[in-house]
Design a protein around this ligand. Structure first.
Ligand SMILES: O=P(O)(O)OC[C@H]1O[C@H](OP(=O)(O)OP(=O)(O)O)[C@H](O)[C@@H]1O
Ligand SMILES: O=C(O)c1cc(=O)[nH]c(=O)[nH]1
Length: 177
């Protein structure tokens, strides 16, 4: 089985939860994909890193990250998968709000100004979270080369409308829901 096929099995086995749920956007849905149960799972996270590197192999970027919290382990998995291949890839974390103390940074990690970066998410439904990260990155002077997510739940059109290349490893229809 390919990494992508194994990852799909892990998502179906560990992350798909059926039942009425309120989503980040306030919308209601009949299932939830709790990808933190995959991206923070020791057996699954390496697959996430490799599969997302593969899905974005034709894009040129040297830092990856997104809006905390869902994006954080995705970026870390990609960083480690890249390092295992001898590729230098930094990660960053976009805070939901700026920090009032310390260095008051909205984006943590190595500086992104002037760099080509990839914005990631575990899952994207309306695209609101990832586009918030994109806005913060652009404000910080980064060039966002695209958006990559593990599971797309419908954000493709909105992200594309924002002029961004959108890579989703899986669509909702690929899942056992
Ligand atoms: O495309 P959207 O409509 O923005 O929804 C997707 C977002 O919802 C989830 O995060 P959540 O807002 O639950 O926060 P968390 O990452 O802090 O858990 C998920 O990790 C995405 O970030
Ligand atoms: O839209 C969301 O908030 C959302 C959907 C989903 O399936 N999983 C998740 O973590 N967030």
């Amino acid at each position: 089985m390919s990494d992508r096929e194994v990852l799909l099995k892990h998502i179906n086995d560990k992350a798909v939860v059926r039942g009425r749920v309120t989503l980040s956007s306030g919308r209601e849905a009949d299932y939830y994909v709790d990808l933190r149960r995959v991206t923070l799972d020791g057996a699954s996270a390496p697959l996430v890193g490799r599969v997302l590197l593969e899905a974005t192999a034709d894009l040129s970027f040297d830092a990856v990250g997104g809006l905390t919290l869902g994006a954080d382990p995705v970026a870390a998995a990609m960083l480690h998968a890249a390092a295992a291949r001898g590729r230098a890839l930094d990660a960053f974390v976009v805070r939901k709000e700026g920090k009032a103390h310390g260095l008051q940074r909205r984006i943590e990690g190595p500086d992104v100004a002037g760099r080509r970066v990839l914005a990631v998410e575990d899952t994207s439904t309306t695209g609101g979270s990832v586009l918030t990260a994109v806005d913060a990155l652009r404000e910080a002077g980064a060039e966002v080369v695209g958006v990559a997510v593990i599971v797309d739940r419908g954000a493709r059109a909105r992200v594309a409308e924002a002029g961004l290349d959108y890579r989703a490893v899986f669509e909702a229809g690929d899942l056992d829901v």
